[in-house]
Design a protein around this ligand. Structure first.
Ligand code: GUN
Length: 296
């Protein structure tokens, strides 16, 4: 079997184009422009690249983007003051504090401080709590997990009743994507670094979400034939033929997995573009919430 390739680039482009149209309509009909504040603390090169991509996406979609680049040794109090200022700024609809934060900053305290109506990352404990509970819905769904679900839907993969295995239990991806799959009536197993026999779990999985951050650790022989595989991993693999000396690969060994899976996302070009597209969608939603409050 050769798997259907789930084209994240194309699906993300479709989501962005829908958001762009809604932003244009909002400008004309409501005389209102959505605004996103990005907060980058320190100079981690990967975080800087991600934040720049988020700002560029805003510009392309007509969303106002305001970037805060703060020194890596900023105090907790000063960072909290920036968040409070943004909470109170009517021009700002979404606040994105790029993670990870430096070790001396209490991440939980910062995420708690973001107004839940501006929490476009969906990381506020109230939003995560609502995501976890039956019959409740968060104001915002975390972007990468939401992107995984949209990819499954767009590829026509049934979620209801499916056996889903999530590999990884991070707050940003593994945990929320497991909760989303459960909300959609999948039977969900979360595997992680201490799982005794990962292959045993994967053998029964109709859906696999790989988000453990280990280069190509899931191989085709571990998968159920026909499984849908969403690879969230972005790992650098040494490659002397590449200009940078490495190339980006996922947590799944694409070559062997695509021989067994029914559908699979590539790396790059799978989940990656979806994270930003869903962030843009959340920012639009934040602006809609702000407008409704103004009018109400
Ligand atoms: N770091 C890695 N992924 C993310 C994300 O989706 N949002 C934020 N704020 N930080 C991240």
């Amino acid at each position: 079997m050769t798997a259907q390739i789930i084209d994240g680039k194309a699906i993300a482009a479709k989501v962005r184009s829908e958001v762009k149209q809604s932003v244009e309509r909002m400008k004309v009909e409501d005389n209102y422009t959505p605004g996103l504040a990005t907060v980058l603390v320190g100079e981690d090169p990967a975080s800087s690249t991600y934040v720049r991509s988020k700002q560029r996406a805003c510009e392309e979609l007509g969303i106002r983007s305001i970037g805060y680049e703060l020194p890596g040794d900023i105090s907790q109090a000063d960072l909290l003051a920036v968040v409070t200022e943004l909470n109170n700024d009517p021009q700002i609809n979404g606040i994105l504090v790029q993670l990870p934060l430096p070790k001396h900053i209490d991440e939980e305290a910062i995420l708690n401080a973001i107004s839940i109506e501006k929490d476009v990352d969906g990381f506020h404990p109230v939003n995560i709590g609502r995501l976890a509970m039956k019959g409740r819905d968060p104001l915002f769904i975390p972007c990468t997990p939401h992107g995984c679900i949209v990819l499954l839907d767009e590829a026509g993969v049934p979620i209801k009743g499916a056996e889903a295995v999530v590999v990884g239990r991070s707050n940003i991806v593994g945990l929320p994507v497991a909760m989303l799959l459960q909300k959609r009536d999948a039977t969900v197993t979360i595997c992680h670094s201490r799982t005794k026999d990962l292959a045993e779990h994967l053998r029964n999985a109709d859906i696999v979400i790989a988000a453990i951050g280990r280069t190509e650790m899931i191989t085709g022989d571990m998968l159920k034939p026909g499984a849908a595989v969403i690879d969230v991993g972005i790992n650098q693999k040494p490659d002397p033929t590449a200009k940078r000396g490495y190339r980006l690969v996922g947590d799944v060994d694409y070559e062997s997995a695509s021989e067994v899976a029914g559908a699979i996302t590539p790396v790059p070009g799978g989940v990656g573009p979806m994270t930003i597209a869903m962030l843009m969608k959340n920012t639009l939603r934040a602006a809609e919430i702000a407008l409704a409050k103004q009018e109400g």
